[in-house]
Every structure is written in structure tokens, then in C-alpha cells.
Design a protein around this ligand. Structure first.
Ligand code: HEM
Length: 403
């Protein structure tokens, strides 16, 4: 199939609403296929098989650091100035920078440290459900799945929770830029983000607190551990990751449960199944459809294709997690699936730093939701549900439920 046919199919609204049939087809045809990124108008290669996706994510012939690419490579030509100031984070770095940046914050995200947040996560979830309960219906995303992780990450970082609508707008533009190629909104959102953080840091410098922002600013002041650009970029990455992912784990997870009433009943009957249910939600409709780019450092052979120097490759995590070679009956949603070695959190050195936090939030919140709303159900016809446009984040636009 031609590059342009594949491209328009991958981004077509009907594929966005269910990408799996498309991925099943291209996974069968070839291990890596070439498309065009409609936002940047640059070539993008996509890997869809599980084994090949895992291999790609540990293949050091590819880089995450655009500065290492030839000057005239497409990725460098399409850079957006204002985003450069917030893009110098661990997900755009190779070792040793990657190791240095990740080490600075990794302590805050270990399973042990994250476990200490359980009472706070529970309290926030209870409060949101208290607010929703008398109403009888809600958009699950707006009223529950979004405010919970956003409040948690904002509190950890020390960012005022009342600014969350503003962040939602900025992150949305940055993650889903307009397909018409107009980079103005992206440029503007990047700039506003930067200014916001600069002001916040000035306030925190005058008045330090016990939060990640203060800790990161101290790391910066200690000299060569963190540059000013890296500091702002780190805040940006954590905030975006905290805004765009767990919300969709909960949204996609509740959607999957409501579509499979027998699985929902099993979970209600035995809430201890929540851990394995959340793993299956991650595999079945994970919130991150494709990884970020890995760029070829030089002309690189990948499964019989030559990826020209400077061109980018993505792994489709969703396709890999539905590869029948790895998961028997991949379309079956089974909350006790075992083994379930999904790669919804990525793989290798960039494996999601926030995985323990996301797992804690989802298990706590979903069990409380089911416990307090025994009659939870979709409030619209399933066919009215719409999924979001981009290929990075896989999530519903709205999820109206009644209870
Ligand atoms: C990286 C998924 C929640 C922080 C990643 C990657 C994936 C991912 C797939 C790797 C991307 C790549 O290799 O291109 C998810 C999912 C989440 C989630 C499915 C929720 C269900 C979070 C949360 C945080 C977070 C809550 C923190 C607040 C990060 C960071 C990285 C990352 C910092 C970069 C790690 C590195 O480069 O070493 N995540 N994420 N994530 N995630 Fe998450």
C-alpha cells in the first residue's frame, strides 16, 4: 500500500475511533512501514509487532536527541523555537544526559514513595465522588478521571491546582497540534507555558516549600546537575505526563468494563482483582497509542528497510499489545490474563517513570468508583462515543455515565 494511503488511513476518524483493524492489517504485511506525519509533514516509520517494538526500544542505533542529527534532517528543519525551551527533558535525551536527568527525580516516583500517597489519592477520589454522586450522571473524564491525577501531580510538583484548566489547554495543543500545518498555536502554547513557569519559579525562589519544584530548583542551583532549560523542561514533561495519561487509563478502563459486563461483575465480586484488571486495561486500550520518535543516527537497516539518517521511527504500543504472536486472542478483554507482559508503559531506558503512580491512582480510583456506584452505566449510546484525534494519546473525548 502506498505511503499516502496508509497515512490517510491511520489518521482517518474511523481509524481513530478504533485503530485495531488497521494495525492488524499492517502488522501482517510488514514489520515496519513508512508513512508521513501530517503535523510536521515529515516521514515516519511505524513498527507494529511486539518483538520488533521491544527491539526498537532498546536499539541504540536510534537516538532521542535531535541535536545529534544532521543539520538538514527533516526533524531538525521542523523545530519549533518555543518548544525547544521546554523540550530538553529525559524523554528527548540519550545516556549519559538521560541517566542524569532521570536520576534527579526518580526517587520521588519509586513504588515505596508513591505508596505513601495512597491516603491522599483516596481522599481526592472520595471528594470527587462526593461531588458527583447527588447529580446522578457525569462526564467521567471531566468530573473524575481528569481532576484526580492532575491534582496529584500538581500537589507533588507544587503547582497551584486552580490553574489546571490552563494546563489542560496548553498540553492539549502541544500533544494534538492542528493537522492543517499551522504551527502558530503550538508556538504560542509553548511560550505561555514557559512564562508561567518562570513566574512560578520566581515566587518559589522567594518562598521555598517542601515540593518537587523546590527540590528541582535546588538541584539547578547546585551547579552542573540541571541547567535552567532542563529544569523548565522537566516540569513540562512531568506535568504533561500527569495530565494526558492516567485520565485515559481510567477512561479507557471504565469503557472496557462497561463493554464487558461479565468482566465488570467479576471485578465487583472480587475487588482484589483490580491490579490485574488495570494491567489488562493498559494492554487492551492503553492511553499511549504510539511512542515518541526514535531517530536514525545514520542510514540504518531495520527489518530489510533502510531508514535514512535523520528519519524517525515509532513503535505502536497498541499494535504490539494486540500482536497475536504475543497475546493469545488479543481482542479478548480478560481481567485475569496471565501472562500479560504488555508494553503500554514503553520499554527500555525510557520505560515510564510514572508507572507506579499511574497504577496506584487507577487501582484506588476504580475500586472506589465501582464500590460507590453499583449501577454505573453508559449514559449515551456506545456509537456516540468519539475518540481523540492524534495517534500519541488514545482516549475518549467524553465518557458520559449515569449511576
Ligand atoms: C515515559 C506511558 C503516566 C512520567 C512514558 C513512556 C510511555 C508512558 C509509553 C515511554 C515513551 C517513549 O518511550 O517514547 C504512560 C502511561 C501512563 C503514564 C500509559 C498512565 C497510565 C505517567 C505519569 C507520569 C509519567 C503519571 C509522571 C507524572 C513519564 C516520564 C517518562 C514517561 C517522566 C519519560 C521517561 C524517560 O524518558 O526515561 N510513559 N505514562 N507517566 N512517563 Fe509515563
Amino acid at each position: 500500500m502506498s505511503t499516502s494511503t496508509l497515512t490517510s488511513e491511520l489518521w482517518a476518524p474511523q481509524t481513530r475511533n478504533n485503530p485495531l483493524p488497521f494495525y492488524a492489517r499492517i502488522r501482517q504485511e510488514a514489520p515496519v512501514v513508512r508513512m508521513m506525519d501530517p503535523y510536521f509533514q515529515t516521514p515516519v516509520w511505524i513498527v507494529t509487532r511486539y518483538k520488533e517494538a521491544v527491539e526498537l526500544l532498546r536499539d541504540n542505533r536510534f537516538t532521542k536527541d535531535q541535536d545529534k542529527l544532521p543539520e538538514n534532517s527533516p526533524a531538525r528543519m521542523k523545530r519549533i523555537d518555543s518548544l525547544e525551551a521546554i523540550n530538553q527533558h529525559m524523554l528527548s535525551a540519550d545516556p549519559p544526559d538521560h541517566t542524569r536527568l532521570r536520576t534527579i527525580v526518580s526517587k520521588a516516583f519509586t513504588p515505596r514513595r508513591v505508596e505513601e500517597l495512597r491516603p491522599r489519592v483516596t481522599a481526592i477520589a472520595q471528594r470527587l465522588l462526593d461531588d458527583a454522586q447527588p447529580k446522578g450522571s457525569m462526564d467521567l473524564l471531566d468530573a473524575f478521571a481528569f481532576p484526580l491525577p492532575v491534582t496529584v501531580i500538581a500537589e507533588m510538583l507544587g503547582v497551584p491546582t486552580q490553574d489546571q484548566d490552563q494546563f489542560r489547554e496548553w498540553t492539549n495543543v502541544i500533544i494534538n497540534p492542528p493537522v492543517n500545518g499551522d504551527m502558530g498555536p503550538l508556538q504560542k502554547a509553548g511560550m505561555e507555558f514557559l512564562h508561567y513557569f518562570q513566574q512560578l519559579m520566581a515566587r518559589r525562589r522567594a518562598e521555598p516549600r517542601d515540593d518537587l519544584l523546590t527540590a528541582l530548583m535546588m538541584a539547578e542551583e547546585q551547579g552542573d546537575r540541571l541547567s535552567p532549560v532542563e529544569l523548565v523542561s522537566m516540569l513540562f514533561l512531568l506535568l504533561v505526563a500527569g495530565h494526558e495519561t492516567t485520565v485515559n487509563l481510567m477512561g479507557n478502563g471504565v469503557w472496557a468494563l462497561l463493554k464487558h459486563p461479565e468482566q465488570l461483575e467479576r471485578l465487583r465480586a472480587n475487588p482484589a482483582l483490580i491490579d490485574s484488571a488495570v494491567e489488562e486495561m493498559l494492554r487492551y486500550r492503553g492511553p499511549v497509542e504510539t511512542t515518541t520518535y526514535r531517530w536514525a543516527l545514520q542510514d540504518t537497516e531495520l527489518h530489510g528497510q533502510v531508514i535514512p539518517a535523520g528519519e524517525g521511527v515509532l513503535a505502536s504500543l497498541m499494535a504490539a499489545d494486540h500482536d497475536p504472536a504475543q497475546f493469545p486472542e488479543p481482542e479478548r478483554f480478560d481481567i485475569t490474563r496471565e501472562p500479560n507482559r504488555h508494553i503500554a508503559f514503553g520499554f527500555g531506558i525510557h520505560f515510564c517513570l510514572g508507572a507506579p503512580l499511574a497504577r496506584l491512582e487507577a487501582t484506588v480510583a476504580l475500586n472506589l468508583l465501582l464500590e460507590r456506584m453499583p449501577r454505573l452505566r453508559l449514559a449515551v449510546d456506545e456509537r456516540e462515543l468519539r475518540w481523540r484525534e492524534g495517534i500519541l494519546v488514545h482516549g475518549l473525548q467524553r465518557l458520559p455515565v449515569a449511576f
